[in-house]
Design a protein around this ligand. Structure first.
Ligand SMILES: Nc1ncnc2c1ncn2[C@@H]1O[C@H](COP(=O)(O)OP(=O)(O)OP(=O)(O)O)[C@@H](O)[C@H]1O
Ligand SMILES: [Mg+2]
Length: 259
């Protein structure tokens, strides 16, 4: 495996300026790397700057300090390597599921027999092979989020940025989505940056858990999770798992979900 980081965040800061000239520094001195194929979870209090950090890495927002590079390139040159999944799946209701997955390929003018086949394979992979011609309103929330994940993967991005993708789901669906995501990640070998408010979810999914402190947002810990893969539901009840969760909780100063 190539040791060169896929994402490199060096001393990044972000100060938002309002129209009346007021400054709000939300990130300061943030540094971390993501290795190829690594799954990195990010947790932190609401408002600590996690979404801002993902937006900077995806090129949606320009950082005001520090450097971000993706595969050694400036973010603006690496946009094609990155896909983002948001809390809400944002599917277009007038398109069927296959055509929602194909949207990024249309933007890239790459609608071919092969790319449609790949989109169908992705739907198959997440257990929605028989739903390709259905519409999002015919799917459950968990199924819609799986379509959104397929849409993110269809252009073969090297990096997947996920901002609380399962935040709106009930606990049981969320658990099965975690298992699903681990499987997708192991099959596709993408690098993933995954923001969540759930510390157990962050630990269960992550190779590392990056903890963001607030006011201003900065990285207060970067914990390597040495639990074997693939992880099972039962792993959530082990002593080792509980210790990781307790460690992150004590750093953030709360118990359970953060928000
Ligand atoms: N476009 C913007 N202009 C000005 N301030 C912003 C903007 N976007 C975010 N902020 C401010 O930056 C801070 C961090 O916001 P951000 O959305 O990154 O936090 P977060 O960690 O993702 O929070 P949450 O867990 O609630 O999603 C907040 O104080 C927010 O008000
Ligand atoms: Mg956020």
């Amino acid at each position: 495996m190539d040791d060169q980081p896929v994402i490199s965040v060096q001393d990044v800061g972000m100060t938002y300026r309002s129209r009346d000239g007021m400054e709000n520094t939300v990130l300061q001195g943030c540094s971390f790397d993501v290795a190829p194929g690594e799954f990195v979870s990010i947790v932190g209090q609401s408002g600590s700057g996690k979404t801002t950090l993902l937006k900077i890495i995806s090129g949606l927002v320009q950082n005001t300090a520090g450097e971000v590079s993706v595969r050694g390139l400036d973010v603006s040159e690496a946009l094609r390597d990155i896909a983002m999944v948001f809390q809400s799946p944002v599917l277009l209701p007038w398109r069927n599921n296959l055509n929602n997955v194909m949207l990024p390929m249309e933007f890239r003018k790459k609608v071919t027999k092969d790319s449609r086949q790949h989109a169908l394979e992705l739907l198959e992979m997440v257990g929605l092979g028989d739903k390709a011609n259905k519409f999002s309103y015919e799917l459950s929330g968990g199924m819609q989020q799986r379509v959104a994940i397929c849409r993110a993967l269809v252009s073969h991005p090297e990096i997947l940025l996920m901002d609380e993708p399962f935040g709106a789901l009930d606990a049981m669906t969320r658990d099965s989505m975690n298992i699903e995501l681990q499987r997708i990640w192991q099959e596709t070998k993408r690098s993933v940056l995954f923001v969540t408010h759930s510390i157990p979810e962050a630990v269960w999914l992550g190779d590392r858990v990056v903890v963001v402190g607030d006011k201003p947002g900065r990285i207060i810990a970067d914990i390597r999770v040495r639990l074997p893969r693939p992880r099972t539901k039962a792993d959530r009840f082990t002593e080792d798992f509980a210790q990781y969760v307790a460690e992150v909780e004590s750093l953030i100063g709360v118990s359970g979900a953060i928000s």
